[in-house]
Design a protein around this ligand. Structure first.
Ligand SMILES: Nc1ncnc2c1ncn2[C@@H]1O[C@H](COP(=O)(O)OP(=O)(O)OP(=O)(O)O)[C@@H](O)[C@H]1O
Ligand SMILES: [Mg+2]
Length: 383
């Protein structure tokens, strides 16, 4: 670790600062934060290395996860005052690169600073080479599908995208249906079940991977995991912003891709999911009414202060010769970049729905509907 590196120590205990003082004395830039200041201040500090001591409030995993997802280049070294295997496993999964018990391992920590630095450099190089082949736990991508206009194909595309992703990659994928009142994904994936993520309510504060796996249903052809909606207005009332935040973050930690189907209505649940998303796919059709709704949504996003920069992308659905507008025309009206275009396939899709059958049945399927080819091409660009 060179002296020029920016080191950030996060701890709510002065004693930890004291303990680290000596071994950090040779580094020029060392700053300190309390855990609850981190999310606000870390951007400003822009550290290269974070030394995080287990916070009093048990936010360890969230913090590691947060730093890791917002600042993937930062190396996180986790510290605790005692051995704790479960915690060790969880923080490493969430993205920490080392775990030390202090003060007993202080000299070890000090001795290994240089070594760690080397590992960081090497893993950075490796990561670049391996980006497209392997998936790393705890770095899950959250993609939300949203449309201000009903019937655009939001649910169908979210379901088919997730299913295709599962079939065409080695990634772990989970699909969440946040249409609390009416659900929807089960229709396109041929799943019948009374389970829903509402069952996670009693454990939401300590949510882990096995809790989640206990309530997921599986789509039988792809084995895609599904968190189904309660489809019940009353049950939906118990779902809070906090619940949704915890649910999405826990899924992010345990899966490579978290795909979310959102309802058309903007409420605190939709807002929370959008805020947690790495990418927001706005599904629209190439016609004037869709364009008008999009303009309203754009304004709403601005008013709600939702950061759309590099996150909001258009997915133009129902593309066909008879479209009122061409994609190029859309570009004249909309600055948001187009992620992909999906052809309309009325007959193909209709017969699938009538059979209660999902778009895909197996890996490397030979006879694919044109719409399945479009989705596969899109999925390939993500893996
Ligand atoms: N590219 C396409 N080609 C043909 N049919 C499609 C296509 N995309 C979606 N559909 C069909 O359009 C209908 C509406 O789709 P979907 O339920 O996904 O819309 P939505 O935007 O989620 O609507 P809602 O407001 O009900 O949530 C469905 O019958 C679906 O199968
Ligand atoms: Mg829908």
């Amino acid at each position: 670790m060179s002296e020029g590196e920016n080191i950030l120590v996060i701890s709510d205990q002065m004693s930890v600062r004291e303990q680290l003082k000596e071994i950090l004395s040779s580094y020029q830039s060392v700053q300190y934060l309390k855990p609850d200041e981190t999310k606000k201040e870390i951007d400003r500090i822009a550290p290269d290395v974070v030394l995080l001591f287990r916070p009093e409030e048990d936010t360890s995993i969230d913090l590691v996860q947060y730093i890791n997802s917002e600042y993937p280049d930062v190396s996180i070294i986790f510290m605790n005052d005692r051995e704790d295997f479960e915690l060790l496993r969880d923080v490493m999964r969430a993205g920490a690169i080392e775990f030390f018990v202090i003060p007993s391992e202080l000299s070890l920590l000090s001795d290994r600073m240089k070594q760690i630095s080397q590992v960081i450099q090497e893993s950075k190089t490796e990561q670049v080479a391996a980006t497209n082949q392997s998936f790393k736990k705890g770095r899950g991508q959250v993609y939300s599908f949203f449309s201000g206009k009903g019937g655009s194909g939001n649910t169908f595309l979210a379901s088919s995208f997730a299913q295709t992703l599962m079939l065409e990659s080695t990634a772990q994928v989970i699909l969440i249906d946040l249409n609390l009142q009416f659900g929807g994904i089960e229709t396109y994936l041929g799943v019948e079940s009374n389970r829903s993520f509402v069952e996670l309510e009693p454990v939401i504060k300590e949510l882990n991977e096995s809790h989640i796996r206990n309530v997921t249903e599986r789509e039988k052809f792809s084995n895609l995991e599904l968190l189904l909606s309660p489809r019940d207005a009353e049950a939906a009332e118990n779902i809070t912003e906090d619940f949704v935040t915890r649910l999405i973050r826990a899924c992010r930690r345990s899966y490579d891709f978290v795909i979310i189907d959102l309802p058309t209505s903007m409420n605190e649940i939709t807002y929370t999911a959008l805020e947690e998303s790495d990418e927001i796919y706005y599904v629209m059709n190439a016609d004037t009414p869709s364009l008008q709704v999009f303009k309203h949504v754009e304004l709403l996003f601005q008013r709600l202060n939702i950061d759309t920069n590099q996150r909001l992308k258009l997915v133009v659905n129902h593309v066909g010769r008879d479209n009122e507008l061409k994609t190029n025309d859309l570009k004249d009206f909309i600055k948001t970049p187009t992620e992909t275009q999906i052809r309309r396939d009325f007959k193909g899709v209709q017969s699938l729905i009538n059979q209660g059958s999902p778009l895909r049945k197996e890996r490397q399927e030979k006879k694919l509907l044109p719409i399945a080819k479009d989705i596969r091409k899109w999925v390939f660009s993500k893996i």
